[in-house]
Design a protein around this ligand. Structure first.
Ligand SMILES: [Zn+2]
Length: 113
């Protein structure tokens, strides 16, 4: 399942960041999900919750997925959100944004120094 790999990567990215910052708890993970990434954010949230279950580092961690609309660009100069046909010249635009899954922010709680 594609979503499982995505959710797993998100967990591992958050874990690495938490360890780097000596966190004892990850309170929130924010992820941008491209609208045309073919990923179901609800499924990623569900799998994320399954993976972090019983992990004290992720006790009560909230995963927030933000769906990012696509940005496409055509050789004719068109920039917009049409992903299949350029409305100006009919060519296939290239996709600049909207396919990626990116962890944008991680909120942690760290022990006092
Ligand atoms: Zn065009």
């Amino acid at each position: 399942m594609h979503e499982y790999g995505i959710a797993y990567d998100i967990v591992e990215t958050a874990r690495r960041a938490a360890i780097e910052h000596h966190a004892r708890l990850i309170s929130k993970v924010c992820v941008d999900v491209g609208e045309i990434s073919m990923i179901n954010p609800e499924q990623v949230e569900f799998l994320f919750a399954t993976i972090i279950e019983d992990d004290p580092l992720f006790a009560g961690t909230v995963l927030t997925c933000t769906v990012i609309p696509p940005v496409t660009r055509c050789d004719c100069g068109y920039v917009g959100s049409e992903i299949y046909v350029c409305p100006d010249c009919g060519a296939l635009p290239s996709i600049e944004k909207g396919k990626e899954i990116v962890v944008t922010n991680i909120e942690i709680e760290a022990d006092e120094e």
